[in-house]
Ligand binder design. Structure first.
Ligand code: WT7
Length: 651
């Protein structure tokens, strides 16, 4: 734990921000005592707590048991039958809210769409019928690879409506990454678009799908939304235009009666090995947890214009653009493009024009805005904002203070929400009407969440001592497994600290019971809030014909939080050059996507290894971040390797 303790001592932060009285007076929960009472109740009697909570949802058949826990396998709301899309849409209409706005969307070029809850329900019904017409049945996994357009949300809800789990692939991934995921899920259908707008250019989504599908034998149909009108290739029989197939369908589509434990979606995330993990989320528990957490953490009210800037292709978008907010009946704002198009004022211009009340983004974005200067946000009227949120990585106190003053006008609480693809919903977060905030701190566990900071043996660490963050009890939105690999599920999450869910995050709990996240403890790094497994990038590099061996490590980066540094040993007969460096970067982009492109590549004859043959990443990390190796090198097999690495040029 020495590494954690160093992080800890540089993070002493004493500023405190109690909830502003104006915010607290209207909040769902507005006193620490009320939070304490509810949290206590939810921990002492979790089944009672969740039974009560689940009552406000529509179940076609009631559940007979709240939790069946056969570690590490949980079932929530056992026997219950429901439909998440129904709870998002029809329930709002039945409450008389059908004419309220569900989605306000803005495309990057400035075009826009708004849909009421009724219109959204009808569009979802049409898309669901179109999927059925292509033979999609309950249980079939549908892959979505789309830009941030309303049809992405429509397609995911259509899947939920007919009980076909979705697998959404972030639009920034490459053809190879698509193929890996489609093959793992054995998807027969992909929904995509001709392209999507990003910084004034077209992202060639359909072209990437065409490339991917060459190695995806299961794919029979590709449903294509016309978005950018860019030219695309067409495979007749396999490809179908959305406007031809979907728009002519009837709107009525009865919701599938899904079992509470039916798969709602899988979502691939990086782990410590090269192969992405298909994280499985099921129906009932996820539905209840995302709605409940969204309500309290974002203090959602019917008049809110709620904007989460994440892409729906990440879990943040699944839980807190679609499922959580819609179940609370708010107006969900969605934006297609880049934050700096046409300039760095775009987001604030959107806030001003759409009167956004809640804004949820990532620290890396905040740091990018900070760098552009205070004058840009100052030009806009952002008085509509009442609450801010942060997610994806620890927010540094400097960025927190900037966000608080320059964006929030010192009047908006900030909810720094800690969670993971695996947790399905936010686990540690302030409740904005009652939590005293500390810049850089995710503060307290949400209802029903039993987190602790422990050592390797599971023993709780004293206050202000770094350790592993674990979750001690099952929670409704927890992952149910890794698709196709239950053994890996057990090994990755349930064996590191016996009996507890292992988050792989380092953390400390302060004297007030607040949790301070300190980054990952495994070989996964966090670039701009996106988890990238270094092993995955290594395997992409090694798949290039010139490369014999590669090691990839994370180094600190001012804007991205972390960046990748790659150390590459070439095959005999290959020579290092700038051209080869560029070729390797392009290769990684092709294999995974631009988000995994290393910031630096260094060539060397060999990589530093221990006598047992393990690459010494610690040394590489030190070298990449400081240019020196001062740490312990006694286990190193050949010290000459370090000397040669130090001399090799930097990327
Ligand atoms: C990892 C999960 C949760 C949605 C986006 C990322 C880091 C996430 C915070 C936060 C400190 C955070 C952790 C976590 N992380 N939120 N508020 N403070 N760290 O989902 O890709 O599954 O990544 O992101 O390291 O384990 P993900």
């Amino acid at each position: 734990m020495t590494e954690s303790q160093t992080i800890q001592s540089s993070m002493v932060e004493t500023r405190k921000f109690p909830p502003p009285a104006r915010f607290a007076s209207q909040a769902h929960i507005n006193s620490p005592a009320e939070y304490q009472r509810m949290h206590r109740l939810s921990i002492d009697d979790p089944e009672g707590y969740w039974r009560e909570t689940a009552k406000s949802f529509v179940w076609f058949e009631p559940f007979t048991r709240v939790l069946k826990w056969d570690p590490p396998h949980a079932q929530w709301f056992v026997g219950g039958k429901t439909n998440v899309a129904y709870n998002c849409l029809d329930v709002q209409i039945d409450r008389g809210h059908g004419e309220r706005t569900a989605i306000t969307w803005e495309g990057e070029p400035g075009d826009g769409v708004t849909l009421t809850y009724r219109q959204l329900r009808d569009r979802v019904g049409q898309c669901a019928n179109a999927l059925k017409s292509l033979g999609v049945k309950k249980g079939d996994i549908v892959t979505l690879y789309m830009p941030m357009v309303p049809e992405l949300m429509i397609a995911m809800l259509a899947c939920a409506r007919i009980g076909a789990p979705h697998s959404i692939i972030f639009g920034g991934f490459s053809a190879t990454a698509i193929a890996d995921r489609v093959n793992d899920a054995k998807s027969r259908i992909i929904v995509t678009a001709d392209g999507g707008w990003r910084r004034g250019s077209v992202v060639p989504l359909k072209q990437n799908v065409d490339e991917a599908v060459k190695s995806c034998p299961t794919v029979q149909h590709v449903l294509v939304l016309k978005r950018c009108e860019n030219e695309i290739a067409w495979t007749s029989g396999r490809d179908h235009w959305w406007h031809e197939l979907v728009d002519s369908q009837p709107a009525a589509c009865p919701p599938e009666r899904c079992d509470s434990e039916d798969l709602l979606f899988i979502l691939y995330t990086s782990g410590t090995t090269g192969k992405p993990k298909g994280i499985m989320h099921t129906t009932g528990g996820y539905m209840v947890y995302t709605a409940h957490s969204a309500k309290y953490i974002f203090d959602l009210k019917p008049d809110d214009v709620y904007w989460c800037t994440a892409d729906i292709g990440w879990v943040t978008g699944h839980s807190y653009i679609t499922y959580g907010p819609l179940q609370n009946g708010v107006n969900v704002f969605m934006y297609e493009g880049a934050p700096n198009h046409p300039d760095w004022g775009r987001f604030w211009d959107i806030v001003q024009r759409h009167r956004v009340t809640i804004f949820y983004t990532a620290p890396t974005a905040i740091r990018s805005f900070m760098r552009q200067g205070d004058a840009i946000p100052a030009k806009y009227d952002m008085s509509s904002l009442r609450l801010l949120g942060s997610v994806g990585e620890p927010i540094n106190p400097e960025a927190w203070m900037w966000y608080h003053t320059r964006i929030g006008g010192e009047r908006c609480p900030i909810v720094d929400t800690w969670w993971q693809t695996e947790t399905g919903g936010a686990m540690i977060s302030p409740l904005p009407g009652c939590t005293t905030l500390k810049p850089g701190c995710a503060t307290k566990p949400f209802f029903g969440v039993d987190v602790a900071v422990v050592d390797q043996s599971g023993k709780e660490q004293p206050a202000n001592t770094g350790g592993f963050l674990v979750i001690r009890k099952p929670w409704p939105a927890m992952l149910r497994g890794i698709y196709g690999d239950m053994e890996r599920y057990r090994n990755q999450y349930w064996t590191q600290v016996p009996g507890f869910y292992f988050t792989a995050d380092a953390c400390r709990r302060d004297e007030d019971g607040n949790f301070w996240l300190m980054g990952r403890v495994d070989d996964v790094i966090n670039i701009s809030g996106h988890r990238i497994g270094t092993a995955e990038v290594e395997s992409a590099l090694v798949s290039h014909p010139a490369v014999a061996e590669a090691a990839v490590v994370g180094v600190p980066h001012e804007i991205k939080g972390q960046a990748l540094a790659a150390f590459v040993a070439l095959k005999r007969g290959q020579t290092a050059s700038d051209d080869l460096k560029k070729a390797l970067l392009d290769h990684v982009t092709k294999e995974i996507g631009a988000i995994a492109r290393p910031e630096q590549i260094r060539f060397s004859e060999a990589l530093p290894k221990t006598r047992s043959g393990k690459i010494m990443r610690r040394l590489l990390k030190e070298l990449a971040s400081t240019g020196e190796v001062k740490g312990d090198t006694t286990t190193l097999e050949d010290f000459g390797v370090i000397a040669s690495l130090r001399e090799s040029d930097e990327g």
